[in-house]
Design a protein around this ligand. Structure first.
Ligand SMILES: Nc1ncnc2c1ncn2[C@@H]1O[C@H](COP(=O)(O)OP(=O)(O)OP(=O)(O)O)[C@@H](O)[C@H]1O
Length: 658
């Protein structure tokens, strides 16, 4: 471990612990800029000596919470690591929400402290690299828009997609002000899909948000402040009191934060760009600074577009870009980016935004979410959009690894390394050299293998089982779990240091019940997939059937929906699905206190899978293999279906009369 002259602030009210930390850190070459027993004291030291890192106790004796300091540290771009004797799951979860760089459980060894700081430094560096790399690409894209010989309108239409990757928004307004008077011309963009926006002029927008022309004077007068700022959550809500227009806008589109930016233009008035997000914490100083750094390029762009002022057509950009419903396409290039990920709900768009940000880098990604939500799809997408895409993605299901062979499967073994090792074996990590490895169900990895994995993530090297020779590799790691890793850590089944190594860039895939608006698109996608596979005619779905899908709870998420649509097509002799046989428990039929009932009535995933297989077998008169057999319909090799049937206790000589 390298001794760094990094400045550390210790926020800890127990003198002995604080002093012990100070000594350990000083020995390792760190500088201590202060010890604060409370959040208030900490704020003063931060103002005075701007630390690089803060070690932060969660519960302080004066009643203040270390977590209260977190937003200030994030704002100032100072990394922090919690130190606490409490590993209670709820404490871990609320600490996690503040996005720390690490968490140390008291009492800890000197070695743990230094490793955690090392992990934090690498994570911080990886964030900075990712940001710098993206900023470079972003600036190049802006350059392309500026120099392109296209007309002003086309340039303006490219802007929402361009901004979205750095300054995510649900509503954006570009307002061109004339010099010296209050006249202005605005373009309003509402996000409707991944790179799909609805473009409105003011007249159309005002009618949608019920803002009358007699009120518009108020707005214009109020908006004469040429400042750059952002307002999150409560500050945004407060600001609405002075602005009727913004109040109507935010309540119509459920907006909770705003970033405002002005570009002064020499020959005319300024161009004001306002971004609004549904997220309460949508904006930060980092984004504002980025815009300020790029100000002159924007001035150049707007001067060009002002020479031939744009006309605002009240049309959907999707129409301009030729986007077909159900397909997500890039407004810039028309390339279908997220192959096989269907949906446009805000919850899914957040996931797609994250994939776009992280895919081109080599950053480790931890994908979390319930079973069947599409975590593997996300991993495949990240790989496909990365520079490693020409090599195969190596998928490892950690839950399926035989306990005594985990290490040999992952890292390989030498001939004779253990009884039964007749040949040398290349492990999954070596197979993934130069490419990406996807560690699915990482929460199932036994503790002994977790230690070895930690080293691979740190050093990108390992020894095959039975060998003393070190193998170096270059592998990008993606991992997924449907377990709550904080709970696994708090119960001692998952290493805290591994958790922090993995948690560099978390992506949480939302359950289907939180994106019910994606159901029509998903239904259409699955109907097309299965009718094509079964050689059947194109199917439609009735409104009633769709409504019933949207009022169901989806415990098995998209996988469950996929099975249900497949069954409905098998059962249907016509070309319209008019009703869907859903399992008994529905979202709006749940009693007031549902959790206990849900647990007792819902089926396990195995039960669901068994039921689905039996259903398909019945529909094909028990035929497993061959054309039109159950394996073909289920999209599985016959051998795999036989082994699943065996595992689930489904008899081969399936009785179709049952
Ligand atoms: N957004 C989506 N659009 C279309 N199909 C999807 C989408 N998300 C998931 N699927 C499909 O749903 C099924 C389950 O997805 P996947 O295996 O990626 O889920 P998972 O979260 O990795 O599940 P598990 O936790 O059980 O491993 C797959 O057949 C996948 O193709």
């Amino acid at each position: 471990m390298t001794a760094m002259k990094e400045n550390i602030l210790i926020v800890e009210d127990e003198f002995i612990v604080a002093n012990d930390l100070r000594l350990k850190l000083a020995k390792a070459g760190y500088q201590i800029c202060g010890i604060a027993p409370s959040v208030e004291e900490a704020k003063k030291i931060i103002e005075k000596s701007l630390p690089t890192w803060v070690l932060l106790d969660i519960f302080l004796q004066d009643g203040s919470m270390g977590t209260d300091l977190a937003p200030i540290l994030t704002e100032k771009n100072i990394g922090f690591i919690y130190i606490s004797a409490n590993t209670n799951q709820s404490v871990l979860e609320s600490a996690k929400a503040t996005q720390p760089y690490g968490f140390l459980v008291k009492p800890f060894r000197e070695k743990d402290l230094l490793i955690m700081l090392d992990i934090a430094r690498q994570k911080h560096q990886s964030n900075l690299d990712l940001f710098a790399q993206r900023e470079l690409i972003w600036k190049k894209q802006l350059e392309v828009i500026i120099i392109s010989e296209t007309e002003a309108n086309n340039k303006i239409i490219q802007l929402p997609g361009f901004f979205q990757s750095f300054i995510p928004f649900d509503f954006m307004r570009i307002c061109f002000r004339a010099k010296g008077n209050s006249k202005s011309k605005s373009h309003n963009f509402i996000r409707t899909g991944f790179d799909e926006y609805e473009l409105l002029d003011d007249r159309e927008l005002h009618s949608r948000i019920s803002f009358s022309t007699s009120e518009s004077g108020i707005r214009i007068r109020d908006a004469q402040h040429d400042s750059n700022f952002y307002l999150n959550e409560i500050n945004f809500k407060r600001s609405l009191m002075d602005d009727i227009w913004e109040k109507r806008l935010s309540s119509s589109y459920n907006l909770n934060s705003k970033l405002n930016f002005h570009v002064p233009i020499e020959k005319s008035g300024p161009v004001e760009i306002s971004f609004y997000s549904k997220r309460p914490d949508g904006y930060s100083k980092t984004q504002l600074s980025l815009l300020e750094r790029t100000k002159s390029s924007f001035a150049q762009l707007f001067e060009k577009t002002l020479i031939s002022p744009p006309v605002v057509p009240a049309v959907r950009q999707s129409q301009t870009a030729g986007i077909v419903s159900g397909q997500i396409m890039s407004g810039h290039t028309g390339i279908k980016k997220f192959d096989g990920i269907i949906g446009k709900s805000p919850a899914l768009l957040e996931v797609l935004d994250k994939i776009e940000i992280v895919a081109p880098s080599g950053t480790l990604v931890l994908i979390t979410g319930e079973s069947g939500t599409g975590k593997e799809r996300v991993a495949q997408c990240i790989h496909k959009l990365s520079p490693r895409k020409n090599k195969p993605l190596i998928i490892v299901n950690c839950a399926a690894l035989p306990l005594d062979l985990v290490e040999s499967e992952l890292f390989g073994h030498e001939k004779g390394a253990f009884t039964g090792a007749f040949e040398k074996r290349i492990g999954k990590f070596e197979q993934a050299d130069g490419s990406t490895i996807f560690l699915d169900e990482i929460g199932e990895l036994p503790l002994s293998a977790q230690v070895k994995l930690l080293r691979v993530l740190q050093e990108m090297e390992f020894e095959r089982v039975g060998s003393s020779k070190t193998t170096k590799i270059n592998v990008r790691v993606l991992a997924a779990t449907n377990r709550n890793l904080e709970k696994e850590v708090s119960e001692g089944r998952f290493r805290l240091d591994l958790y922090y190594r993995l948690n560099v860039f978390p992506i949480e895939v939302p359950p289907l019940r939180k994106r019910l608006q994606d159901i029509p698109l998903l239904a259409e996608y699955f109907m097309q997939k299965f009718t094509e596979r079964m050689g059947r005619q194109k199917h439609n779905i009735s409104k009633d059937a769709l409504d019933s899908l949207q009022s169901y709870d989806w415990p098995g998420n998209i996988r469950e929906m996929e099975h249900l649509i497949e069954r409905s097509i098998l059962d249907n002799s016509g070309t319209e699905i008019t009703s869907i046989r859903l399992p008994a428990v529905r979202l709006n039929s749940l009693p007031i206190d549902p959790p206990a009932l849900k647990i007792s009535k819902l089926k396990t995933l195995d039960e669901n899978e068994a039921e689905h297989i039996i259903h398909v077998l019945k529909a094909v008169q028990g035929r497993v293999a061959g054309a039109g057999g159950a394996a073909e319909i289920l999209g599985l090799p016959a051998g795999t279906l036989y082994s699943r049937m065996k595992k689930l206790g489904i008899k081969k000589e399936f009785d179709t009369d049952n």
